[in-house]
Design a binder for this molecule. Structure first.
Ligand code: ZN
Length: 427
C-alpha cells in the first residue's frame, strides 16, 4: 500500500486490488442523463472518461471513480418506477413468490433498499406482510412512496444507516434491492450494512443485469457513469464472502436484457447453497470469467460494432436517405457519443417523456421531439436506441411501413428490420 505504484492506481471497489486491466474504453462522454436546453448547447459541456476496468483478483468489471457521487445524482429528472407497468407487475410477482417461499407474515420485517416510489413494497401489505420499510435517497421519489402509506427513510444505505434501522426497528427477515447494487459507489459499505441488518435466518435478494449478457449480447451501451459495477456471479460470490454472507440461490431473469436475482444469507443461516448457484459459477468459469484474457476480447467486439454501425449510416446518408431516432434513454447517449453520431446522421430523435421534448442529447446535440414528429417527417430509417424495448416499439410504430420506412437496431449487431404489417389493417 505504501508503494508509489499502488497509490497511483485506482483500486477495486470490492477487494482493493490495483486495477490494471482494461475491459473497454468508450472514450469520453457527458453524464448520460444531462439533457440540454436550447440555450445550453453553445456552452462548454463536461465530458468524463468512460473506461471500464476489470479486477484481476475478484474479476469485478467496474468504472474507476471519476465523478463524485453527489455530482451524478443532482441533475436528474426524478425517475418513478411505477411509470413502467411491466416493472410493477414484475415487482408484484416477486412479492407473491418471496412471501410464500419465506413464509413471511405480519411478524416479519421487510426492508427494500432504493425503494423508489413504492412500486414494490406496496404489494406486501395486501399479502399480510405489513411491517415494511423503504430506504430511498431521492426525497421527491420517497415522497411518492409515503403517499402510498409506505414508511420510508430518505438516506443513502450503508453500515451507518443499517445500525440506525436495527436500533429503531430490529433486524430484517427480508432485504430486497432491485437495480441498486450496480449504482452504489461504495459497494463494500452497502453490503456490510446488509450483513448488519439481516436476522441470522434472514435473506437478502438483489437483481442486476448479468455481465454474461453484457459480454455475449455486446450491450456496451449499458456502460455509463451512473453504473459503477457490472456483476458476474463470480464477483457477487467474492463480494458476499468479504462481508461474511453466503451466495445461496440464483435465478436468471429476462429483465433489462438479462438479469440475475441473487439470494444472500448470513454465515449462521441453515440455508443450503442450491445447485443453481454451483451451476452458474461453473458456467462462468467455463466461459473464461476467471481469466483476464477473456475480458480483453470484449473491446474488439465493441470497436467492430462501432465500425459496422457507422458504415451502415454512412452508406444510407450517401444514398440520400433520411434517418431519425426513437427514444432518448441514458444508454442511447453512450452509444451516440462513443460512435460520434450527431445531427449529421440523425435529424432528430423522439421520446414519450414530455420532459425531454425541446431538449438535446448530451454531447451529440440531437433534438428530442414528441413521437408524432416521426409521422410528420416520414424518415426512411428509424434508429431504435432503447433496443431492449425493440419489439414493443416496432409493434407500436409498425404504421411507418406505410411510407416504406425501416428500423435500424444497433445492438447486439447493427441490422435493418422491416416493419411487420398490422394483420388488422387492409392494404
Ligand atoms: Zn477486485
Amino acid at each position: 500500500m505504501s508503494s508509489a505504484k499502488a497509490v497511483s492506481a485506482a483500486k477495486c471497489r470490492i477487494c482493493l486490488t490495483p486495477l490494471l486491466h482494461s475491459f473497454v474504453d468508450l472514450g469520453k462522454s457527458p453524464l448520460c442523463e444531462t439533457f440540454l436546453d436550447g440555450d445550453e448547447i453553445d456552452r462548454v459541456e463536461r465530458f468524463y472518461p468512460l473506461h471500464a476496468i476489470v479486477c484481476s483478483s475478484c474479476f469485478l468489471v467496474q468504472l474507476k471513480q471519476y465523478v463524485a457521487a453527489d455530482g451524478i445524482f443532482t441533475d436528474h429528472y426524478p425517475y418513478y418506477s411505477s411509470f413502467s407497468t411491466s416493472w410493477v407487475a414484475h415487482a408484484k410477482a416477486y412479492c407473491e413468490m418471496i412471501t410464500e417461499r419465506r413464509r413471511l407474515d405480519a411478524k416479519s420485517f421487510v426492508v427494500e433498499l432504493a425503494c423508489n416510489d413504492g412500486y414494490l413494497l406496496q404489494h406486501f401489505p395486501p399479502l399480510g406482510v405489513t411491517n415494511i420499510l423503504g430506504v430511498e435517497p431521492s426525497a421527491n421519489v420517497a415522497e411518492e412512496a409515503r403517499k402510498k402509506g409506505i414508511p420510508t427513510v430518505v438516506d443513502f444505505f450503508g453500515a451507518r444507516l443499517a445500525e440506525d434501522i436495527v436500533a429503531r426497528h430490529g433486524r430484517a427477515d427480508l432485504i430486497a434491492g432491485n437495480n441498486v447494487l450496480a449504482h452504489v459507489p461504495d459497494v463494500n459499505d452497502f453490503v456490510s450494512g446488509v450483513a448488519l441488518l439481516l436476522k441470522p435466518e434472514g435473506i437478502a435478494t438483489f437483481e442486476f443485469p448479468h455481465l454474461q449478457n453484457l459480454i455475449e449480447q455486446n450491450q456496451f451501451d449499458t456502460i455509463y457513469h451512473e453504473h459503477f459495477c457490472y456483476f458476474s456471479a463470480i464477483a457477487i460470490d467474492a463480494l458476499a464472502r468479504r462481508h461474511g454472507l453466503r451466495f445461496v440461490n440464483v435465478e436468471e431473469l429476462p429483465t433489462h436484457g438479462g438479469s440475475l436475482r441473487v439470494y444472500l444469507a448470513t454465515a449462521d443461516s441453515a440455508e443450503p447453497q442450491t445447485q443453481a448457484v454451483r451451476d452458474l459459477l461453473a458456467r462462468e468459469e467455463r466461459l473464461g470469467y476467471l481469466s483476464i484474457e477473456t475480458y480483453a476480447s470484449f473491446a474488439e467486439n465493441v470497436r467492430t460494432t462501432k465500425r459496422k454501425l457507422l458504415s451502415l449510416l454512412i452508406e444510407l446518408k450517401n444514398a440520400g436517405k433520411t434517418i431519425c431516432g426513437y427514444g432518448a434513454p441514458g444508454k442511447g447517449n453512450t452509444l451516440l457519443n462513443y460512435c460520434g453520431i450527431g445531427p449529421d446522421f440523425i435529424d432528430f430523435t423522439v421520446d414519450r417523456n414530455p420532459h425531454k421534448h425541446g431538449r438535446f442529447t448530451p454531447g451529440t446535440h440531437i433534438p428530442i421531439r414528441p413521437v408524432e414528429a416521426i409521422d410528420e417527417a416520414k424518415p426512411d430509417y428509424i434508429l431504435i436506441l432503447p433496443w431492449n424495448l425493440k419489439r414493443e416499439i416496432m409493434a407500436q410504430m409498425r404504421h411507418v411501413g406505410g411510407w416504406g420506412a425501416k428500423f435500424i437496431v444497433p445492438i447486439p449487431e447493427p441490422m435493418i428490420v422491416a416493419p411487420v404489417p398490422d394483420p388488422g389493417a387492409g392494404s
